[in-house]
Design a protein around this ligand. Structure first.
Ligand code: FEO
Length: 400
């Protein structure tokens, strides 16, 4: 049966939730699921903003047909061509063969690449700043390339001042009935998943997000309708400010994230002792991760959140412990910047971890590596406690 919500007098949310999915993009664990948002405008012409993933196809089609209530679907605006949002275009073409598809010059080649249906005579190609009138509503198209695909664009409804923002301002986590940000406690229940979504999916494209934020600042936006997660209809500055920080690679909080790998508990012991030293120095904002137990997407999320990162790792096959290496590669790929990094290394006969991790960090942009790194052989001894203490004092002074 249909399950939709009214967004405004003319606009409906016709998306759905997937709580069975294990991995988003077959990479990112989704313990709380994900929503695929789609919006249907009932004007003189009917306009659908994006479709959804195959996984919710039955629900989506029921929602669209129910809201249309016998009317034809006139237009689909394709703001984003990633398959979690465009998979059901073909299904809609079967139900609504007269529908026309609105996209930009980069949209249609991607449709041809992903699908094999014939779009002859069905496409309307728009470009930056073009407008389309559906009756009462005037839609303006705003290109947002590489946020986070090249064809990505946003649509601004000038009439109701709504920004259909594609993936931007979206979050992991299924909607629980509550669609609007003022119906839920975003800061308490959603922010971590919003940050994990942004940093891992869009994080690499900070400069492009900054460009979009500049464009958005010239618009009177009263509502943001993203393709995942809640619709923003109040306190828009909250999420805009988070995006500004994340895309400038500035930390949200002064605090210490300790990410450690440990094979037999000795590197972990060094990390634990450093955490206690930091606590005794007055640092309250300390977050520890055993990287063998924490998915790298959460490590990335916390790396974007905190100002100081301590990386602790044993040497493995004369190199960096593989999970630490993977985390560092991800950090680099996502272009994390402007963090202060300290390294704790371990090795029983040829300790290399401190040197190799430091070298990888040095390859990243605008990272500050603390010289007071600590290298131990097999386990921490009394003789090296002062080295660790000295490092903790330096970090504490900077954080407090
Ligand atoms: Fe939610 Fe880029 O797709």
């Amino acid at each position: 049966m249909q399950c939709f919500r009214k967004v405004t007098e003319d606009l409906y949310w016709v998306g759905g939730n997937d709580r069975q999915i294990e991995l988003f993009e077959n990479i990112f664990p989704l313990s709380k699921g994900v929503s695929y948002n789609s919006y249907l405008l009932l004007d003189e012409q009917t306009v659908l903003f994006d479709t959804a993933d195959y996984a919710i196809g039955k629900q989506f089609i029921e929602n669209v047909m129910s809201v249309l209530d016998g009317r034809d679907l006139d237009y689909i605006v394709v703001n984003h061509m990633e398959p979690d949002h465009c998979s059901l275009i073909g299904e809609l073409l079967l139900h609504y063969p007269n529908v026309k598809i609105i996209g930009n010059a980069k949209t249609f080649p991607l449709i041809e690449q992903f699908f094999s249906f014939d779009l002859t005579g069905k496409t309307i190609t728009i470009k930056e700043g073009d407008t389309f009138c559906s009756g009462k509503h005037t839609l303006r198209f705003i290109m947002s390339p590489m946020v986070h695909w090249p064809e990505a664009m946003m649509t601004y409804d000038e009439t109701e001042k709504i920004l259909f923002s594609a993936d931007a301002f979206g979050t992991f986590r299924a909607l629980n009935g509550n669609l609007f940000n003022d119906e839920l406690n975003f800061d308490r229940d959603w922010l971590d998943e919003a940050r994990r979504y942004y940093t891992n999916i869009v994080g690499k494209y900070g400069p492009q997000v900054q460009n979009v934020l500049k464009k958005a600042s010239s618009l009177d936006i009263q509502m943001i309708c993203p393709l995942h997660g809640p619709v923003w209809r109040s306190n828009l500055d909250y999420i805009l400010e988070k995006y500004d920080l994340w895309s400038k690679y500035e930390p949200e909080e002064k605090g210490v994230m300790i990410a450690y790998a440990s094979m037999y508990g000795n590197t972990e012991n060094m990390a634990e002792i450093l955490a206690v030293m930091l606590a005794e120095a007055g640092v309250k904002n300390i977050h520890m991760h055993n990287i063998s137990k924490t998915h790298v997407s959460e490590l990335i999320s916390d790396s974007f959140k905190y100002s100081h990162i301590v990386l602790a790792s044993p040497t493995y096959n004369n190199g960096i412990y593989p999970l630490m290496d993977n985390y560092l590669e991800d950090m680099k790929a996502l272009s994390l910047q402007n963090r202060t990094i300290a390294v704790l290394g371990n090795g029983s006969w040829a300790p290399q971890a401190t040197k190799l991790i430091s070298a990888k960090v040095a390859e990243m942009k605008n990272m500050r590596l603390l010289e007071a790194s600590v290298t131990i052989k097999s386990s921490l001894k009394e003789a090296q406690l002062e080295e660790l203490n000295s490092l903790s004092r330096q970090i504490a002074e900077e954080v407090l």
